[in-house]
Design a protein around this ligand. Sequence first.
Ligand SMILES: Cc1cc2nc3c(=O)[nH]c(=O)nc-3n(C[C@H](O)[C@H](O)[C@H](O)COP(=O)(O)O)c2cc1C
Length: 181
Amino acid sequence: MTPIGLFYGSNTDYTRLVVDQIIEEFELVAPNLLTIHNVAKTPLDKMLTYDFLIIGCPTWNIGQLQDDWDNHFLELDSLHLVGKQIAIFGLGDQYGYPESFCDAIGILGRKFIAQGAELVGYTSTNGYEFSYSAGVEDDRFMGLALDDENDSEATPDRISEWIWQLVDEFDLVRFLEPIVG
Ligand SMILES: Cc1cc2nc3c(=O)[nH]c(=O)nc-3n(C[C@H](O)[C@H](O)[C@H](O)COP(=O)(O)O)c2cc1C
């Protein structure tokens, strides 16, 4: 049993490929802490078995959740998430959908907060071009926004910085093996 569960949904594999990058990055900085679940195949109450959650959801259909998240969204109403720390990443297309860029981050983020979770992993909106996002609160994304349609070269550094931020905010140092010299 790992302390962190990563739950993601993906219609056209962009998010799945980002999950692969997150796995690689975690193996470098905080190995053996992560279990991956595709929400198309895993019931959402499995989230209750983890203290820390990383959530991946692209925005689809102009401001909507990805299909599998959308199909299971109402199940979140019955999850008691007090004591969980949750970090969300979302994929979107800032030029194709500038008025609903990465809305899914905010739709899920506000739901998790309503269910009692603490949301971490907020990031700056600097470096993005869009006019509105439901994923923004107080001028910050409520998670990590990625745009692999237009800005894929920025993705590896954004992921890497975010993972270090999560190591700090989840306080993962306590799970790391000491280096015996
Ligand atoms: C029909 C359609 C609607 C979309 N709507 C949005 C949107 O409202 N906001 C956004 O940021 N991206 C939107 N996107 C872009 C997707 O989020 C983007 O392609 C993402 O990388 C898909 O991730 P996935 O392959 O993991 O499903 C849309 C894409 C399509 C094809």
